[in-house]
Design a protein around this ligand. Sequence first.
Ligand code: FKS
Ligand code: ZN
Length: 343
Amino acid sequence: MKVVHSPLHARHDGGKELHRGELVPCFEMPVRADYILKAVERAGLEVLEPRSFAHESLLRVHDAAFVEFLRTAHAEWRSLGKQGFMLPSGFPARGLRRDHIPSGINGRMGYYAFDASTPIVEGTWDAALAAAHCALTAAALVAEGEKSAYALCRPPGHHAGHALYGGYCFLNNAALAAQHLRDRGFARVAVLDVDYHHGNGTQDIFWERSDVLFVSIHATPETEYPYFLGYADERGAGAGEGYTLNLPLPRGTGWKEYSAALGASLDAIGTFSPEALVVSLGVDTYEGDPISAFKLAQEHYPLIGQRLAGLKLPTVFVQEGGYAVDEIGTNVAGVLEGFLGRR
Ligand SMILES: NCCCNCCCCCC(O)(O)C(F)(F)F
Ligand SMILES: [Zn+2]
């Protein structure tokens, strides 16, 4: 299994997020990628830098004006004499208009963002684009015959929708990988999201499509972020009806219940009989995670990898969340080595 990683991830740094009413240094910090890189190198996996891809490849899943906003926002912010990181201060919530995009930078920021946890800094675009290219490269490797590949993406992507950013995400790396596999001839692709948080962005992107099945096991949005999507009654719309499966679980969920949900998701994927699998690999399901509340232990991650390997599908792993920095590398490498039959 090859690993795709870009040192450009480190350009996304220096922002703060609104957490429990305070501006705190971002939990989604550069050192996360360094710990994962060390662990996959220790596991003997080959690490490659990403290929470049045309701008149009982003537009296979994202709105052009949204991408242009992400690409130019910080330069515009600076040209207005503003310093530091960008956080929105208003959103087009209920009773406000969403049919008009304000001309000013603050209005546009609030139009495209859905939380105050996702600062844009000077290097954010470079890092997000590199993460997207990591995911696209991993998908290309699988399309070219690799059984599996792992995109060590930072910033993550599964909260980024067609024209939406938030939850530490800007471009939806997993959705880009799934679409690339479709564009390279895989007729049906399944996306399995095992991050603690619901992948609202990935669901949004494939909501009306029957060629990509979206399955997510996550903490119930009744009490956990992103709160407003990820309920079990969401099953897709139009042609996509029946091609979204949400398996929300309560805070405190341990391996027994998690494993049962994993089994149900693998059954649904089997029934869909995809030609490839994309895994949104968050390890914030770990009992030691500082912002999450599941109770998976270190020894469970190789079991997840083994169960995924049982699908016998060409598989692209895309890094999402995980904030227990000391153990993040061990837990990610655990899934990958379990998948490879080494654990
Ligand atoms: N007080 C709780 C506030 C929650 N703040 C935002 C949490 C974002 C989680 C991001 C993630 O882990 O889902 C990703 F995979 F995208 F990185
Ligand atoms: Zn998460």
